[in-house]
Design a protein around this ligand. Sequence first.
Ligand code: NAI
Length: 799
Amino acid sequence: MPQVRDILDTMDYGTSPEASDVARAWLAAHGDGFGHFIEGAFTPPGDDTFDVSNPATGETLARVAQGSAADVDAAVAAAARAFPGWSATPGHVRARHLYALARLVQKRERFLAVLETLDNGKPIREARDIDVPLVARHFYHHAGWAELIETEFPGQVPVGVCGQIIPWNFPLLMLAWKIAPALAAGNTVVLKPAEFTPLTALAFAEICREAGLPPGVVNIVCGDGSTGAALVRHPCVAKVAFTGSTEVGRQIREATAGSGKKLSLELGGKSPFVVFADADLDAAVEGVVDAIWFNGGQVCCAGSRILVQEGVAERFYAKLRRRMATLRTGDPLDKSTDVGAIVAPVQLDRIRSLVAAGEAEGGTLFQADTDLPATGCFFPPSLFTDVEPASTVAEVEIFGPVAVAMTFRTLDEAVALGNNTRYGLAASIWSENIDLALDVAARVKAGVVWINATNVFDAAAGFGGFKESGFGREGGREGLEEYLTHPVREVKRASLTGRANGLSALPAGAPAASVALPTIDRTAKLFIGGKQVRPDGGHSTTVFGPRGAPLGQAALGNRKDIRNAVEAAEKAASWGATTGHSRAQVLYYVAENLSARASEFQDRLSLMTGASAEEAALEVEISVRRTFFYAAWADKYDGRVHATRARHVTLAMNESFGVMGLVCPDEAPLLALVSLLMPVLAMGNRAVLVPSPTHPLAATDLYQVLETSDVPPGVVNIVTGERDALAKTLAEHDGVAALWYAGPPDGIAAVERASAGNLKPTWASAHPPRDWFHAREAQGREYLRRATQVKNVWVPYGE
Ligand code: NAI
């Protein structure tokens, strides 16, 4: 008979399997197969089906219909029919529906957890304690938003039919992340689960029916990537929300370019897990377990790149290897299992080939000596050391239980290594020194940062990435914004006074456009790095007035000029680090100097556009007012503190993007430029701006205003020339983190397509509907929101 001490020594244990009879009975009851869930009813499975299997055993669990374009069409039509009723349903009533879904998820917790484990292979402990409780939490939280939406988001309306595509790593949780906010905001949805793991979505469809959700509000179409592609393309889908691989995210960006669909992309990651010498190393070891062996490492925000400070690296690795030896890989239904099955053979092959590449590149591989089950998709917890930052395993998302570890010496090196990735989803920082941890948190380019924690989630906190990890946020207030829009207002040419929105009186003595024509030999240059420079190609173009009279010459910038401008903007990074107070002062100064030269600008506008003296005066005056407006906001567009989990506080910080591209329309050439530029500057970004090609002189006149207003060199760079060619270069440029484009529709499509390379967020508006004179259209918080990206920093707080 073994002694307790022997048991503790060997860690032998008895199996403790979770019963799966209820889930299996449910599967047996659907033995004929599953169809799609459309308009509150299941379609027959039909002949075109695929098998869904248990990755731990290989057994077939169910036969599921492969959605065709016609199925997608039927589901979208059902969602479109349900939209008027659901969106008009009072928020309070929608809240009750979401609450009912939350309650039913809770009542079916055990069943859903087991079904998820059978389908996906994740350990039952995780499905039971993490996935399903978070699903319920998400519906509760969003029941609250449905209740509050009318007062908290006044003037905003739901987007319409949402096409939602989710991956296989958290099948039910990703469904909740998508469906709960969409419904709370009054949208209807068509959701496509991943082909490997559709079962809990189908169980959720039954819950929708049981909860009495009106038919068509939630529709579920199963199938593979072709089904997803049909959903993305469908003309009646107003918003696409996708979680999955960066490759497919890029395809979706291209497929939706120019369609006007709202888009949020939640893509891959290679997140740093940074351990400083002063960290609690034992806690950090447990952190690694949660970072990379949680869900078998099949987690988009997995802490897959461990960066350890050199002095403690060997000690840390030794502790980690000891801990790895105690991890149990095996039957996911066993309550003692730590690491379950990999979702499918194809994913297992992918992990194997990447690990082989890591070994071939000279990495030292450590794998815990675990007895893997003889059948099924299993891969042992693995750790690579002696890895070069540029090696395959250090760069590519493995999406398996494989960590790579590297060392660093200084804090700066940690930040540089941490940011040395095309992704920017998450980061985890371990140190007992709060100053140091927060310093790194501020400098790391990631949408989610955990301090002395990892992989903690909550419905109240936004989640989403920077860079090629996608754009948009899921969760909390930020996530809800993705499912709301400002209603399109019919723009009537109201009286000038009305359009001025409160600017009832024109500036006293506004002069008529009577100043002498600028002479033709005056050639405006480009404005790059605080200097007026000649264009690279040496070409310029004549600018004409409305009746064909030449007004002057503007430089024709090219790709090289844009690249120079981006480089200058990159060097002006201190603008983002300075306080809002300092930026406000500069903007006030710009406003003052613009105001001092109002008559000059006014004359120029009249000459260029043919605007009446009154209208031109108004355009300048509103430009001044708008600059004041954003100066006022520079130190006030605060982040938030989210109440999330116990022992944490989550700081939602509004961060600048860095370098932004701005492409101006032809209307209101000065005011539109100011409307785009000032919020971007107020939030700490640097701009590379392409003015209207027909009326560029409003921009070039601004050079002197900028020069005399203490705008630091490189903060504003202006490249005149052929708009769409320059816009395309901006869209393709990796150094440009976000792009606003206010130009013609074909130009919008082109920049959205070109931005798929580094997946920068774009904000495009077709002219002419935006009325630049009207504050409700062309000024406000939406501009500030679009000029920032939220970083959610989880800080230890309280007991
Ligand atoms: P995937 O990106 O192909 O699949 C995700 C979802 O997109 C599935 O529902 C799929 O059916 C759908 N889909 C595929 N092609 C589509 C298209 N052209 N249009 C619309 N929808 C489409 O991911 P996959 O192939 O399952 O996994 C490959 C790799 O992607 C993984 O090894 C991992 O590195 C990464 N991945 C990342 C995820 C994340 O959360 N960041 C989730 C899943 C995979």
